[in-house]
Each structure stands twice: as structure tokens, then as C-alpha cells.
Design a protein around this ligand. Sequence first.
Ligand code: F6P
Length: 526
Amino acid sequence: MTLTSWTQVETEAVRVRGTELRALANRADIAPFIWSAPHFEVDVAKQPIDAAVMAAMQAVAAERGLEAKIRALFAAEIVNASEHRPALHWALRGGGQGIPAIDAMNREAEKAARFADLARKGGLGFHIDTILHIGIGGSDLGPRLMWDALRDYNSDGPEIRFAANVDPEDFHEATAHIDPATTLVIVVSKSFKTPETASNAALAREWLVKHLGEGQANDHLAAVSSAPDKAKAWGATDDRIFPMDEAVGGRYSVWSSVGLSLQIALGADKWRRVLAGASEMDAHFRDTPLARNTPARLAMMDVFLHTALGIPNRTVLAYAHRLRKLPDFLQQLEMESNGKSAADDDAGLVGPTAPMVWGSVGTLGQHSFHQLLHQGMRQSAIEFVAARDAGAGDWNRGRALLANAFAQAEGLLAGRSAAEAETQLAAQGKTGPAASEQARHMDMPGNRGSTTVLLDDTAPESIGALVAMYEHRAFAAGVLWGINPFDQWGVERGKVLAEELDKALAGADPGKRDPSTLHLVQRSRR
Ligand code: F6P
């Protein structure tokens, strides 16, 4: 089968490719391209889209049944077909009462909240100066993002340190200059079989036993997992094991007990504000018609840019120090959700699915890779994420960030021709062949689009709403691409090969492999 509505999208793509973006962006009415949502607005007026493009993508959404899929998500239906599961991350911020699985999750959340409150009050028998959060992927990136984003709100709680890599140096750096006696170690692993996390959990236990003795070590441990038996086998006691539901995907799990470190460090009030912001976004995504639904329209734009126009990557530029982990977080959320090629819909795929997602923090990228964004020969869908108040009330701290983010977006669109450059050089007294040659190198083509997500501020509610928006955007894009955004079969093979090669590096017969891999193993054996 094919997706009949895609034909019109391809027609619009041909038209848009033949239209200068500067002309398209010179819109008589910009309002239809400023998309509002709780705690932020999204300016897509500099992107190569117009009313006809969005109408064509709305028809794709209709044919893919996006509205019905959104209803299914919030009804806890099986939206993850290959694992035969619902996707219940939204329920962790207050939705879905009365659904048995969700009521059970809420009881788990209450256990975690009680523990967090007890821990903050010294009820574990020691004052907590540091939480050592051990996990990787979805058991790490969401907590890191939220901790960085909200640590300024951490007026009186402990600091969080993170260890994720199997390289012991990560653990050693994370435990440098902290006192085991005032450290709580939280091991987070949905499967509780991830090798990197198992390695760091063992290092953590050794570290605690070495400094505190076997007896006290356990007082400084907790575990979060969907496999409580495995957590118990590691040494966590029942009252220190916090379950997470199998129906919450790792990259969607920061709202669960995976965020226990945050609940302890930030406190119940600030954590409630994060969940409240996300819950407002859930209501927007669940209840708003697609024509005004911001996560859904962003997904439609993404599919148009990356599949119809074939733009191969998205560059996320987080213009706030507190949001510096956003690109890393979105890499997993979007590339592990939609980096797939197996259709989950009878109509099949219509073209390449998810883009590569990369990025950095602004303004650092301007002194690193923005040269290519302005004068390079590769396309990217550029997304600025900035806040009207990124300075926690200090307007001057945030103003420079806004000025730079807006300047980069304007420059990408407007460009600056060689002729304009030559005029500027002449005004400096530089004329003649040398000036013309220099001007040729100064040519900036422009016509490069961008999106600007403009947060009201970086308060807990805004961060919760922002992360929830990206979750729903990834889900909606998966539906439009015709794939399952909630499984991740592509990550399993590497783990199996790594186990085999670890044995080969230790001397075992490497078996039949490509010549390069055999050479590398041979070259690296002790
Ligand atoms: O291998 C990928 C992955 O399964 C991610 O989906 C997940 O977030 C991460 O590894 C960590 O998994 P776990 O929480 O089970 O340790």
C-alpha cells in the first residue's frame, strides 16, 4: 500500500525547493507560523513551510490516523506493537487515574516521594551532601538535563553527580572529593542488566564498603528498576528498591523513579512543578485539534523537512547554560525513537525517517561549527532553544543569549552577498581586485531556515513542558513516518557483539569476522 496523501506533500516540496526562503519568510501575516504551547512559543516563520505545506501534512496526519493514535496513547492502549505494550510516561505526571497499571505506578511514585522526603530530612541516618546517580541512556540523560536545568532552584538540597560510562574514569571523576559518609548511591537501570551500569554499581559498592564497611554500605544504596529481583541480587534491600513500569520507555522515563535523584535534590515542591508543566503539555497535546496542536504541527514540519525536502539532520542549539544537556537528551529521545526503517503501519514508509540530531550550547557553537551553518554546503534543520528569562530574573544575563540566538537565525536567513561585502570593504577603504577577491570569500548565501523555541523562562514548569513537548513531538513524528517510536531493537545487536569481542580481546578465539575487526582485536590483545 502507499500513503496517497504523500503525493501532494511531494508536489509542495518541489514548489518550495523552487522558492527562495527569504521570499517565503517575508510573510504578510506571521501569526500562523508562531505556534503557542504552555510556557513557550515556537517561531517557525523562518522555515520553508507555508499554509499549503501544512495543509498537505495535515492530510498525511489524517491518513495516518494521528488523532486516533493520540487518543490511544492517552487511553493506555497498545501503541508499542512490537513489544505489545502501552506507553505510559504521560501517566507519571498525573494522567490516567482509574487505569489499573497507572494506579500501580502511582503507588510506586508515592513510595519514591516518601523516600525522597525522608532522605532530604536526614532520615536515612546520615546527612546527604551528594547523590551519586549511576545509569546510562534514558537512565541518565533525562536526570542530567533536568539537574542542570534546575540546579539553581536547588537552594538547600544535595548535589547530584553522574556516572554512566563503562570507563572507570567516569566513576572516578564523579566520586572525586566527595565523602562516602554523606553520599547516597542510586543505581538506575530499567533492565538491571546493562553492563556499563553493572560495572559502575560494583565500583560504587566497593567504594562504599572500603570507606564505610560492609554493614554501613547498604544504608547508602538505593536502586531503581523494572527488575527488582536483579536489584535485590545486587544487594539493594526491598525498602530501597523503587520499581519502574515496563510500559515506560527508558528515554521517556525521567518522570518515574528514574528521577529519584532529582526529587531528593530539588525537593517535592519543585518536582511537583516540573510534573505540572509536563501535565499542561499533555493536556495541550491530548485536547488541542491538530490544526493548533504544537507538538503535532512540529512533527508535521519535521517530516516535511527531513523526508520531503530530505534535510538529513537537525541541529539543536540550546541558548542557555542550564539547557546545555538538551542536545544530548534529544539525541536519544529522537534517534532512538525514530531512527528506524521497519514500517508499523500498513501504508508503509514514504521516505527516510528520523534525521541525525546533534547540537551544542549557545553561544559556544558560534565559535566552533557555525561557520559551516552559514557558508557550508550541507543543509541542516536548525533549532534554537532560548528563554525570555534565562537568567533567573537577571535580564542582562539572558539578553546577550537572546541577541546572539536571534542574530544567528537572522543571519542564516538573510545571508550577506559578496556585493554587499564589497560595499562594506569599500567603506573601510578597501577596493580593487584584492577587495573583490576577499568579498567573494565573504559571500553568505543565506536562505537557511531555522526554528526558534522561545521559553518564557527556565522555571521547573517550563522545563517540564519543554521536555514533554519533545516527547509528544517524537511520538507524533513516528506516527507520521509510519514507524513505532517506542521500541529499540537496534540497540541489542551491539551488546551481543561487545560481549563476544570482550572475550576475544581477553584471548578467546574471535571466530569468523570481517578482516578489519580481526586485525583490531589482534592489534589490541595484551
Ligand atoms: O541500550 C539502549 C538502552 O536500552 C536505552 O533504551 C536505555 O535507556 C539504556 O539502554 C539503559 O537501559 P537500562 O535502564 O535498562 O539500564
